[in-house]
Ligand binder design. Structure first.
Ligand SMILES: CC(C)(COP(=O)(O)OP(=O)(O)OC[C@H]1O[C@@H](n2cnc3c(N)ncnc32)[C@H](O)[C@@H]1OP(=O)(O)O)[C@@H](O)C(=O)NCCC(=O)NCCS
Length: 176
């Protein structure tokens, strides 16, 4: 069972099927999925993909956390993930996706920090990775603010370029 987290303004708890509709609605905002590959254009495939991602047995300590503001604790705001890269690993991906109405408040960074601490302190992962579309400036800012380092360039399957970010346990220890 994944732990829950509390920050100054936010509550994070393991994502469940109770969040399914809210996740689907978030993904259907084209501004949210603009720089993310996925089955967004096919409603049935999208639902299957989401149900699988919510219900899958991820490795110990990994999965998705839904985000809520303490002020409005029943309103889903988005999620943070910690899962095997591309769903298979061996590297572990950290990711964030929030509803557009929440952007620009520092929520993404605030929500991601306890998951980073959990990844290194509790799960004892050696490193975290994130590949971010070069056009996704807000996401690259989150990566940098949580302490990830830009280590190289790559391309998604569709050919679009990404920046590869990594944070090692040593980076995390040095930051603490
Ligand atoms: C990526 C994404 C999560 C970033 O969200 P965001 O709200 O821009 O990110 P942050 O939480 O870091 O907050 C951003 C800004 O809030 C502002 N802010 C306002 N109040 C703040 C506060 N109390 N504390 C901190 N920042 C605050 C800051 O100016 C900050 O930007 P800056 O640090 O560059 O100045 C969001 O754009 C998103 O969900 N995109 C769609 C999904 C996506 O692309 N995910 C990533 C795929 S790789």
């Amino acid at each position: 069972m994944l732990p829950s987290f509390e920050t100054q303004r936010l509550l994070l708890r393991p994502r469940t099927m109770a969040d399914f509709d809210a996740c689907l609605a978030m993904d259907r905002d084209p501004d949210v999925t603009r720089y993310i590959r996925g089955p967004w254009a096919d409603p049935e495939e999208h639902k299957r993909f989401l149900a699988d991602r919510i219900q899958r047995q991820w490795p110990a300590g990994q999965g998705y956390w839904s985000i809520f503001a303490k002020e409005t604790p029943t309103e889903f705001l988005g999620w943070v993930l910690l899962i095997p890269y591309d769903g298979v690993g061996p590297d572990i991906d950290i990711g964030w996706r929030l509803r557009r109405i929440t952007w620009g408040k520092g929520y993404a960074t605030e929500a991601t920090l306890p998951v980073v601490a959990h990844a290194f302190d509790t799960v004892k992962l050696p490193r975290l990775v994130a590949d971010i579309d070069v056009r996704n400036q807000p996401s690259m800012r989150v990566a940098e603010k949580i302490g990830m380092k830009r280590v190289g360039d790559g391309a998604f399957e569709d050919g679009d370029p990404f920046k590869a970010y990594v944070m090692t346990a040593a980076d995390f220890a040095a930051k603490a």
